[in-house]
Design a protein around this ligand. Structure first.
Ligand code: FE
Length: 215
């Protein structure tokens, strides 16, 4: 089987918030799906190496913020391409705390909900957490960001711990494009990359131009 066929599966993009040891933390996940309606149960897949994974195992609860197409790509960069183990990833991100003290991302999200973990399933790299929804928004606003929108419009890539991460290089294009060596964002704007100002930074992970390479 060609593993590329799995890219035809659809996903959303979500910020998963946890109560960290020293401060609230969050990561980006794309595999949140509803398992049953009554009671409202969801499942989410999280890599063993993620700091959020350890927090979820310890606290048995987490919060999901559903990102919208209006959520800045920099939010995905800050939460998806850095570890919360030794860094407060929420420093530059607007957030509030849920009734259980879990971070809700306040960056044009559609809605949020809190979850209590009731079961889990192990795979070699990820844990699938089965969870009750215990609280959440009264309504949803905006258009939820899909994984394909993130790829095709925001030009983002999958963090290395995402279930959908493929160890493939970005395909070469006839027009010269540049790829961020940190997050995989591909620049193909109208302004030639060389002509971008020196202080231009990656819109996803905020690193300078020097960390881009032709692709
Ligand atoms: Fe980047």
């Amino acid at each position: 089987m060609n593993e590329q066929i799995l890219t035809s599966l659809s996903y959303g993009l979500y910020a998963l918030g946890v109560r960290g040891e020293h401060y609230p933390s969050a990561c980006i996940v794309n595999t949140v799906f509803q398992v049953t309606a009554i009671p409202a149960i969801i499942a989410v897949s999280v890599h063993h190496d993620n700091y959020s994974h350890a927090c979820m195992v310890k606290e048995k609860k987490f919060c999901i913020s559903v990102l919208s197409e209006e959520t800045p790509g920099s939010v995905i960069g800050a939460l998806g391409f850095h570890s919360g183990k030794n860094k407060n990833k929420l420093t530059d991100i607007k957030y509030s705390l849920s009734p259980s003290g879990l971070p809700i991302i306040e960056e044009n999200i559609c809605c949020w909900f809190e979850c209590n973990i009731i079961n889990s399933i192990e795979t070699p790299t990820h844990t699938i957490f089965i969870s009750d929804i215990t609280n959440g928004s009264d309504s949803s606003t905006g258009v939820p960001m899909t994984y394909s929108y993130y790829h095709e419009v925001i030009k983002g890539s999958a963090p290395k711990n995402a279930p959908t991460h493929l160890q493939k290089s970005e395909p070469s294009q006839l027009n010269q494009k540049y790829i961020c060596t940190i997050c995989g964002y591909v620049y193909d704007g109208d302004i030639p990359f060389e002509d971008l100002p020196d202080d231009w930074v990656c819109p996803i992970c905020s690193v300078p131009k020097s960390l881009f390479k032709p692709c």
